[in-house]
Write a protein that binds this ligand. Sequence first.
Ligand code: SF4
Ligand code: SF4
Length: 528
Amino acid sequence: MSVIHQSKYSLTGGIHLPENKSQSSVTDLQICPIPEQLMIPLNLHAATDAKAIVNVGDQIKFGDNIAESTGIISAMIHSPVDGQIAEICNRPVANRSELDELVLIINCNNDCNNSTAATENPKIDWFDQKPEQLLETIKLAGIVGLGGAGFPSHQKLDSGRLESHTLLLNGAECEPYISCDDLTMRNYGCEVLEGALILARSLNCQIIQIAIEDNKPEAIKTMASAIEQYQQSSPFNVELEVIEIPTLYPSGGERQLLEIVTGKQVPSGSFPSALGYTVQNVGTTLAVYEAVVFNKPLIDRIVTITGDAVARPGNYRVIIGTPIRYLLEFAQWDESKCETLIHGGPMMGFPIADPDRPISKISNCIIASSAEEFPKPLPEQPCIRCGKCAEVCPASLLPQQLLWFSKSGEIDKAKDFKLLDCIECGACAYVCPSQIPLVDYYRFTKGELRAQSAAKVKSDKAKQRFDFRNQRLENEELAKQLLRDEKAKQRAAKKKNDSVDPNKQAVADALARVQAKKKAKLKGNRDV
Ligand code: SF4
Ligand code: SF4
């Protein structure tokens, strides 16, 4: 019986885009050499920064922990090479804000380990490990979501494990130009499947589904063949299937993928676990496999290098911290032809000002485009209320209304109209005949909402502190009053005692004795 099934459902809205994947997906996966110097960012975008635990001048080895996680939503960082810490400083990195971030600069030893060397070690048998042990290994390996958001994987698994019956592997990769997940499945089908089994064990799930868009027939075939091989020697009773889904943007969004697979929408403000699912990217799943089976931390990833300005577009296995310039030059970049550098895909990625920034854990794609490939956007025109944006919105929002509220600064109304459910897919802006950069407006308003909620948290805390201080002062005053009352009581009692004069008492006692003697004498006379 075939393990490949077609999905019965589709997503709300969505658009068909020119794919532009074949430029990078037809060549074999290549290994990018190790540069002389690495620049490792401590920021993970969807999490709090890690904290460096090494100093300038320290000698480090491949796999050493060089930065600790600093909170619940944070991940550890490891050295991808043998080398020396040259600097700890702020540098421009690949981020949307264009703000400098803290980085560790490592001088690599000439003979440093190859990043894939760890996977040549003997395999670790994980079959008897408990879910908690597996989660701890994933945490210690510093694994984050490699699909783009960079959320720490152990946190996502931990929060979904009580409610999830199904692990859904996300192999949709719907953004144009990007093909790293496709190449991951084609090159590491069995490893991705074993990674999925590890994840299912850590979640206590009995069902694994692998969702892949129908424009990746080779990946579908490879994953199906991995399942069939596994079923012949299966040590576990896990239900496995590949779900072929229609090619439509943005089917790779977690919520959209679930809608396509289950026909149900994740309720607003909830997570996929509300439907009993945990979703993991296929690249992340490979990293989990390498961490658990070879004790290899997340020190490299597969990156798509594409665009008209590179002569050798393709997918490269690259160690984290490699300068983008070094990787582009390895792919035979023509700087004179390059007009724009985009980090990520053309829909949800962002431009970077220069290539002297490092590959990070979330760098899935670099597009070096010519001027003709991505022409400059035309000037924005007024909204003509055509409604096309609402037709394509996968989150069932009203983009035109959200634009209105964003422009007028009515951020509470934008929130009421569920702006926070916007996944910033850009489908609305893509179809807008007025070339309105709708997502830019939404990002700005979301920033305002975040600032408002941060200010509220701050003012709530200030009020709490104020109330606490008042209560403390009241308590102190009460305690002082009680002390004063007690002292007053003591004084009154002492005064009462002091009011009995000892001399007068002695006289009274003497008179009493005289009286007693007189009485005794009188009695004696009478008796005579
Ligand atoms: S697609 Fe553009 S012009 Fe049309 S309603 Fe939406 S924002 Fe307005
Ligand atoms: S960017 Fe937001 S509003 Fe626009 S289509 Fe995507 S989810 Fe809808």
